[in-house]
Every structure is written in structure tokens, then in C-alpha cells.
Write a protein that binds this ligand. Structure first.
Ligand code: ADP
Ligand code: ZN
Length: 436
């Protein structure tokens, strides 16, 4: 399989050269961070007065973590490390878990970011002959513009359709023969449902690939969507604090997301103790962006949980890969004392063939008694069958979930299109529990 690289030298650096480069860039990132009021203050207690105080990558541990709360508290300009006249853009996170955070960019920041996204496009085997339909929101959210600039740099023809208006999205796909889509996995499932509803065979479109990210999804969801459309799905990871898309991306081997380690130092820590974990161990990712001017961040706690896959990848890229993200450290549900991630439920649901394209988890309680209700859309024709068959299906779903997470949920079966649809990030859990 012939694979092109966007920045061959940087993408294939051997470990030793990579770490030497990281050290140099870390020193300059510390210098840059010291230009921001927040870090000037934060680093006072550490004895780090300039980048030259960093002698090895191990010295990174002397720097305290930066958290989302730090960013919020520094709102609006506490993290800004350049003069206002150098700033060309700002973005803000979508605020899934609270008040948004702001990241500023210089021309150089945007330039580096576009290169990282261009690397992702080529890593997936796409290129300038592709028609790229960007079904992700343009605006303060980083997904739309972030991917747009990288795709344009590669020379793809971009359809900047943004989110929503599914009928129009489908028409654009048909009329302009889109070959690559960018969307959230939940929206991609919704597009499939709409195609079926309109009696359009998803496999009849010109599509070859889709980049799905912005929210967790399981390997079974990937397989399900790949089969529905007969395309390849590539997992895409990013967050606005780290620019947006273009932090981690899968290559044609689809076996974990390469991190562009010449631009980000990645650590995985135990979220409770803050201790560094070994490769392969599951924990929270901590990132230090290495080439940022306007909003440098040092040891930023992502709250996203996964592990590093240390084995080299057949594509030749040397940036280590991360496994699928199981959720955020604050996503974990505790139901009747059992720890469960919504992604575990999804993993089970998406391998059951009768299950359609949408589901939602409701949590309720009666006093101390907690209950999980899983609402699942199933294909319409199943409702034409007997009540006994539906009961059997419910029991099957319940048993499979029980085997995975030890909880005994109530299962509700719904018609396609009856559960809420989200164009960007989906809300999978509705917690109606009254705190005692
Ligand atoms: P917010 O934090 O407000 O949701 P962002 O838009 O920056 O704002 O979202 C970034 C978050 O989205 C990540 O921290 C992660 O939790 C989630 N995310 C992004 N891409 C993926 C992915 N491929 N798999 C799982 N989760 C993802
Ligand atoms: Zn690879």
C-alpha cells in the first residue's frame, strides 16, 4: 500500500531524535508560557524561571498540571502569551462539561495546526482528488474550521456544509460525489437512518471514507457504520484546548490514533494520584503542546482516558498510537455502586444486529434504589413481529448489557427517529436521579 506523508521527516523521526526535538521545543514553550500572566505566577514556586532551567524531558515533572478550571479562571486573557496585534483568531470549547474555555491563535499557530490536519488527511490515504464534505460545525467550535484549513492545504475540494439540514447534506453528497465525510459518529448514524428513510442505498454514494470523532464511540460502532456505507472510518481525536482536530488520527491501518509527538508531549497519568503510568496502562492523557505561540499550555490534563500502544505501526509513522478513548474521567457513571462508562453500553448495543442507529441511557432512582433505563431504537419492521419476539429481543439486550457491566437495566424499544438527534455531540446519558 503506498502511503504519502505530509511532513515525512517529522512524522518518521526515530525516538532519540524525536526526544531531542521535544526537549528543544519544550524549552521554548516554557519561555513562551512565561509570557502569559497565568504561567508567570504558576511557575514562580517551581524554580523554573526560563526554558534553560529545563535540562531533560524528565524535568517536565517539575511543572504542575494545568486544568480546565485554570483555563476558566484565566478567562478571558490570563493565558494569552502574545501581544493582541499578533492574535488572528480565537476558538472556544463547546462547553460539554461547563463554562467554555478560550484559545487564541497567531498566524503561525494556524499554520502549524493546518499542517497537522493535512498529515491526518494523507495518513488516511486521502488526497487532492477527494471531495471533502465537512459536516461539522463552523464557528467557535474548532472542528469545522480546524479541518477545513488542513483539507484545503492538501488541495481537497471542500464542501463546507457544517452541521444539520440532513436532506441538504445528502443532496450535496449526491450532486458533488463527496468521497470523504467529517462528522460525529452519532450524526453519521443519523445520516444513514435518513438515507434509508428516503430509500437511498448508502452504498450507492461515491463515499470512500469518513473521519469520525469529537465524542467517544466503540469499535462496534465503527464496524457497523463501515458496513452500512461500505466505507473506511478513521478515528479522529482532538480538543479545542489543543487546537482542535489534528492531535490524534488513524492511518490506513486503523489500529489506534497516531499522536503527532513532535507537536505534543503525551503523558498518561493515574487521574487520582497524578503519577505517570507506563505505556499500555490505562489512564488520563496529559498534553504539552510544543509549538504554540498565543496560548501555550504546559501539562494540560485532558480528562480523556486511554492507553498508549507502544508497538511500532506498519505505516512508518513513529508518533505512538493511543487506543480508542473510553470516556472522560468525569464521564464515569456510578449506578447502584457499579462503575460504568456509557461507551461500554454502546459497545454492547452496536454489535446487536437488530439495534438501529440511536440510543439513550436514563438514570432514575426511588430512594436509594437506582435504575438504568436503556432506550434503544430498533428497525421498524421488527415492530411488525409478535410481542413475544420483542420481549425476547429486550431480554437479549438486557442480558448482553448485564454480562458487560453487571447492572440489570430496563430496556425500552423505540421506533427509528423517535429518540433525540444531536448534530454535534450527542447527549447519551440523562441523569434524572434525585440526590439524597
Ligand atoms: P468540550 O470539552 O466542551 O466537549 P471540545 O469540543 O474541545 O469541547 O471537545 C473535546 C473532547 O471531545 C475531548 O476532550 C474528548 O473528550 C472528546 N473527543 C474528541 N474526539 C474524540 C474521539 N475521537 N473519541 C472520543 N472522544 C473524543
Ligand atoms: Zn500507522
Amino acid at each position: 500500500m503506498s502511503v504519502d506523508f505530509w511532513q515525512n521527516d517529522l512524522e518518521t523521526l526515530d525516538r532519540q531524535s524525536l526526544e531531542a526535538l521535544q526537549l528543544e521545543l519544550l524549552k521554548s514553550s516554557v519561555d513562551q508560557a512565561l509570557q502569559a500572566p497565568f504561567y508567570k505566577n504558576r511557575l514562580k514556586k517551581t524554580g523554573i524561571c526560563s526554558g534553560q532551567d529545563i535540562k531533560s524531558l524528565d524535568d517536565l515533572k517539575r511543572i504542575p498540571f494545568t486544568t480546565k478550571d485554570d483555563l476558566r479562571e484565566s478567562y478571558p486573557r490570563g493565558m494569552l502569551a502574545v501581544d493582541q496585534e499578533q492574535v488572528v483568531r480565537m476558538h472556544a470549547s463547546s462547553g460539554t462539561t461547563g463554562k467554555p474555555t478560550v484559545i487564541y491563535h497567531t498566524i503561525k499557530d494556524i499554520d502549524v495546526w493546518a499542517d497537522l490536519v493535512a498529515r491526518c488527511v494523507l495518513a488516511s490515504g486521502a488526497g487532492k482528488n477527494d471531495v471533502f464534505q465537512n459536516m461539522i460545525s463552523y464557528g467557535l467550535f474548532t472542528g469545522g474550521l480546524g479541518f477545513h484549513y488542513g483539507a484545503e492545504r492538501v488541495g481537497m475540494m471542500i464542501i463546507p456544509s457544517g452541521t444539520g439540514n440532513t436532506a441538504r447534506q445528502i443532496k450535496l453528497m449526491q450532486d458533488f460525489s463527496s468521497t470523504v465525510l467529517h462528522a460525529t459518529p452519532s450524526y453519521m448514524l443519523h445520516v444513514n437512518a435518513k438515507l434509508i428513510e428516503n430509500k437511498i442505498d448508502p452504498k450507492s454514494l461515491a463515499l470512500k471514507k469518513a473521519y469520525l470523532g469529537a465524542e467517544p464511540y466503540s469499535e462496534n460502532t465503527r464496524k457497523k457504520i463501515e458496513k452500512m456505507f461500505d466505507i473506511d472510518i478513521y478515528n479522529s481525536y482532538g480538543m479545542s484546548e489543543l487546537n482542535g482536530p489534528g492531535v490524534g488520527f488513524e492511518c490506513v491501518h486503523k489500529c489506534g490514533m497516531h499522536i503527532w509527538e513532535d507537536c505534543y508531549i503525551l503523558e498518561v497519568i493515574d487521574p487520582d494520584t497524578g503519577e505517570n503510568l507506563k505505556e499500555g496502562e490505562q489512564g488520563e492523557m496529559v498534553f504539552t503542546p510544543l509549538r504554540r505561540q498565543a496560548t501555550p499550555l504546559l501539562r494540560y490534563r485532558s480528562r480523556d482516558l486511554t492507553s498508549i500502544i507502544p508497538e511500532p505501526c506498519a505505516c512508518g509513522r513513529t508518533g505512538r498510537r493511543i487506543a480508542r478513548i473510553t470516556g472522560r474521567s468525569d464521564d464515569m457513571l456510578i449506578v447502584s455502586g457499579v462503575n460504568v462508562f456509557p461507551s461500554q453500553i454502546e459497545e454492547v448495543l452496536m454489535k446487536i444486529p437488530e439495534v438501529g442507529t440511536n440510543y439513550q441511557i436514563y438514570l432514575e432512582n426511588k430512594g436509594a434504589l437506582e435504575k438504568m433505563v436503556v432506550k434503544v431504537e430498533i428497525y421498524s419492521k421488527l415492530f411488525e413481529g409478535s410481542a413475544a419476539a420483542l420481549d425476547k429481543l429486550k431480554a437479549k439486550i438486557r442480558e448482553e448489557i448485564k454480562a458487560q457491566v453487571v447492572l440489570n437495566p430496563l430496556i425500552e424499544l423505540h421506533e427509528p427517529g423517535s429518540l433525540p438527534v444531536y448534530e454535534l455531540k450527542s447527549k447519551r446519558v440523562v441523569d434524572n436521579r434525585i440526590k439524597l
